[in-house]
Design a protein around this ligand. Structure first.
Ligand code: G6P
Length: 470
């Protein structure tokens, strides 16, 4: 097998498996922004991507797709249960999102996490050329940097953490807290979404490992008694802004936005929530605030509709099963208490939609509600801003989402404070067009300047520099 100079390692491959109507099957690019961001680097370096094809027990040889070599890593049904649903999404995910749901610490899950991380590291080591660069993605693979460094000291290794890194007081609950920190420190650069995340990581390293940190540098001891410097720093991720702008400018998509408004009964105002169905997203808080505004008589169902798109996610994990029940009960209650025969308070869609339809929805929505209780970045907030080529619309944005650092002219809110959330939603509904324009223009500037290509460039530049200096 020819080895690649540049290799991405992520839990998922950047493609989805599809079965055609005639029974044949194939692959199509999955909609994530990371794929788009890395496409130019992948093409110019003939890069490879190591990841799981998304289904259990699928054994596939590496194959080429759109100029990228895809290297599938097999997960058995047991790996999916213990490594993916268990340790990744029932231990790390809730712990790193400030224990909104209770993390479960199970030793068999940890053992599977180690085993599967070893498998990804071995696949990456095989796929990368002498002196090449590997970029590891996200919390499912925190042990890969160290494993890879041990196997291939010649490589340059980057790691990007897409979710929050928690405060030390919470992080220290993790029974394997030292191993995880050591795993991450195998990288030359460890990227985080927010400055605060990088700070939390550095503090955990100081407290647990007693390593010295200085600004963004961490002094990591090597086996031979020498030291190297790892960089732990914020690189806020973004979206492929131009592709959203292009869609939002299309006449058929603008027509679809008008059609959506029509089909909702042309309410005066449409509020929109778009999330994976996840307990970190604050969907219940949003619905509670909205329901109370109706009950208080401050808005009426004739005038205002909330559209909530909640795409199915991690459906076999208990906390997600419970969340779905709670959300669906809330929707039914709010609607049952408030609907008229002609108007619904909440239109709830437990579905995912193609990007074209999402942009039409963004254009149809007067107010976008992002009320996450904790979120690494929240790209939906950036997608909404990118799509508003008309400089209209208002964004209500949780201060607990990473996007709040950059989108300073959004209406920032603490979603736990239901009173403040209600007032802020009302303020967004009533916002005069001139104020919408002023705020939206400032946010658009940020999202246009810092798109996902700029993000990957700045990370990879820092990575190349760090390797030279270490
Ligand atoms: C978050 C994580 C990603 C993950 C995505 C979807 O954005 O940071 O690593 O891929 O959620 O979750 P899933 O479990 O379906 O991959």
């Amino acid at each position: 097998m020819t080895r690649a100079e540049f290799v991405v390692v992520a839990n998922r491959l950047p493609v989805d498996h599809i079965v055609n109507a005639d029974g044949t099957d194939g692959w199509r690019p999955s909609p994530g922004g990371l794929v788009t961001a890395l496409e130019p680097v992948m093409r110019s370096t003939h890069g490879a991507w190591v990841g799981w094809p998304g289904q259990a027990d699928v054994e596939l040889e590496p194959f080429d797709f759109d100029g990228t070599r895809l290297v599938p890593v097999t997960l058995t049904a047991e790996d999916v249960e213990l490594y993916y649903e268990g340790f990744s999404n029932d231990t790390i995910w809730p712990l790193y999102h400030d224990v909104i749901a209770a993390p479960r610490y199970r030793r068999v899950w940890w053992d599977a996490y180690v085993r599967v991380n070893e498998r990804f590291a071995a696949a990456a080591a095989d796929a990368t050329a002498e002196g090449g660069t590997v970029w590891v993605q996200d919390y499912q693979l925190q042990l890969v940097p160290k494993l890879l460094r041990e196997a291939r000291p010649d490589l340059t290794i980057g790691y990007f953490h897409h979710i929050p890194f928690p405060a030390y007081g919470l992080y220290s609950q993790l029974p394997w807290r030292r191993q995880v920190l050591e795993g991450l420190l195998g990288a030359d650069v460890i990227g985080f979404q927010r400055v605060a995340d990088a700070g939390n990581f550095a503090r955990a390293v100081r407290r647990q490992l007693r390593y010295e940190t200085k600004a963004t540098g961490i002094r990591v001891p090597e086996a031979d008694g020498s030291f190297r410097t790892a960089l732990a720093k914020a690189f806020p991720i973004s979206i492929d802004t131009a592709s959203y702008v292009e869609l939002a400018e299309r006449a058929d998509i603008q027509a679809r936005a008008a059609e959506i408004r029509e089909s909702l009964g042309n309410p005066k105002k449409i509020l929109l929530g778009v999330d994976r169905l996840d307990y970190t997203k604050g969907i219940r808080h949003r619905m509670k605030a909205f329901g109370e505004l109706i009950e208080d008589g401050r808005i009426s169902v004739e005038d205002v509709t909330l559209v909530q798109v909640a795409s199915p996610s991690r459906e076999r994990v208990q906390a997600y099963i419970e969340l779905r029940d709670e959300i669906e009960l809330t929707v039914t209650r709010v609607n049952g208490d408030n609907d008229t025969l002609g108007h619904s308070a909440i239109r709830y869609l437990h579905q995912g939609f193609p990007r074209e339809e999402m942009v039409a929805l963004y254009l149809a929505a007067d107010v976008m509600l992002v009320t996450a209780l904790r979120d690494g970045m929240n790209l939906v907030a950036k997608e909404y801003v990118a799509s508003r080529v008309d400089n209209r619309g208002a964004l209500v944005l949780s201060e607990f989402a990473g996007a709040a650092d950059e989108l300073g002219t959004s209406l920032r809110v603490n979603p736990h404070d239901i009173g403040a959330l209600k007032d802020t939603i009302l303020r967004a509904i009533d916002m005069p067009p001139a104020e919408q324009g002023r705020r939206m223009r400032a946010m658009r500037k940020k999202v246009i300047e810092n798109d996902v290509a700029a993000w990957s460039r700045s990370f990879l530049t820092a990575l190349a520099a760090a390797k030279e200096n270490s």
